[in-house]
Design a binder for this molecule. Sequence first.
Ligand SMILES: NC(=O)c1ccc[n+]([C@@H]2O[C@H](COP(=O)([O-])OP(=O)(O)OC[C@H]3O[C@@H](n4cnc5c(N)ncnc54)[C@H](O)[C@@H]3O)[C@@H](O)[C@H]2O)c1
Length: 398
Amino acid sequence: MAFSIGIIGAGEFAEQFVPLFQLHPDISDVAIADLIPERREDYAKRFGIERVFASADEMFNSDLDAVGIFTQRWTHGELAVKALRAGKHVYSAVPMAYSTTEIGQIIAEVRRSGLVYMMGETSYYNPAAIYGRQRQQDGGFGRLFYAEGDYVHDMDHGFYTAFQRGGGENWRGTASYPPMHYPTHSLGGVLSVTQDPITSVSCLGVEDDHPDGIFNRELSIFGNSFSNQTALFQTKSGGAVRINEMRRVGYPTHIRESRFRFFGTEAVFEQTARVSAWQTKHTYEDVSDLLQVRPTAQLTAERAAVFAADVKRVFLGGYSPLHDRSRLPQGYDAIPNGHEGSHHFLAADFVEAVITRTMPSVNAWVAARFTVPGILAHDSSLAGGERLMVPDFGDAPV
Ligand SMILES: NC(=O)c1ccc[n+]([C@@H]2O[C@H](COP(=O)([O-])OP(=O)(O)OC[C@H]3O[C@@H](n4cnc5c(N)ncnc54)[C@H](O)[C@@H]3O)[C@@H](O)[C@H]2O)c1
């Protein structure tokens, strides 16, 4: 039976998902909540939303079946726990939470309640991650013993305005969010392929020296002065993973913000901004086209113009040849997609999990494995690279 969902946070990102939930045949109603009246009213008008709430708490007290958390990145854990305790299924933008304590609470609440929790990790449906999973499943890598993931997103690529919007008057104190506390767009893509949990970490942080003075330990509400961090992780099977989380980096983030490399005993798969290759001991195959996301025919220029008027920041991306569009609801083709073709699949996964009461792709246990290692990596960099053990919440129950 169709269910209702309330979106918490009428900000920049949620507008990508409201139309997806509204169009889904298994969603009966989409509501909106924001602490700022103009923002929630703007969403209500633009998307024809009838049920409008003044806060997340007000929404938790309603009869809505599910919530989608699209609030500032440091707020997700507490809201997810409250939502689950209020009996709501939860879709949450990344990261899962700021602390391992909150993550443990989310897992405990999901286990207790049997409700669905899903983290909307966009790199999970990045074509490079899909390609890597296919090659891993068909054994092409041999033993996959080493992988790299980079989330290379410079402050100049939209982060100043994003943090100003989200942090209000104190935005300077929030823009220094520790890079390794946002590790899912790099580590998530890697682990979705290797399925090999992290056991320990040693991480180095680069002290920021940019004249804007944002990454300042005194000013930062997170006490953080690292703008770039590099972590080396050990995995359960004895392999290694290297992760870069960079906020001061000369890289064309608008072309590609998450990049991956996978090294196996039989093959290596490498991705750069424009070129991706599958290589064996004797062959080189350029797979760039396979990984390229292109707008669908349905998303014509005319249609895009309509969306441009309605939606402030248009994601035109459609799908890559690797995306299995057959499992998406009808009509998604004509809605802009974002983050390398992932938005449509994340929305569809969550709805399917609630309807069928099955574990979604990035369930609470998977989300914890994508998030917890970064939290420990940050601790390690504060301790000068000391190697720390990474707690593991285990596999999702069947
Ligand atoms: N690739 C990705 O997965 C990706 C990309 C962009 C953003 N994000 C995530 O999406 C989230 C939202 O980003 P954004 O840029 O839209 O943020 P934003 O600051 O534009 O919007 C957040 C909104 O939430 C509202 N809010 C906060 N607490 C609330 C509460 N208790 N009740 C009701 N409303 C509340 C704020 O008033 C604000 O309008 C962030 O956590 C970010 O990490 C993920």
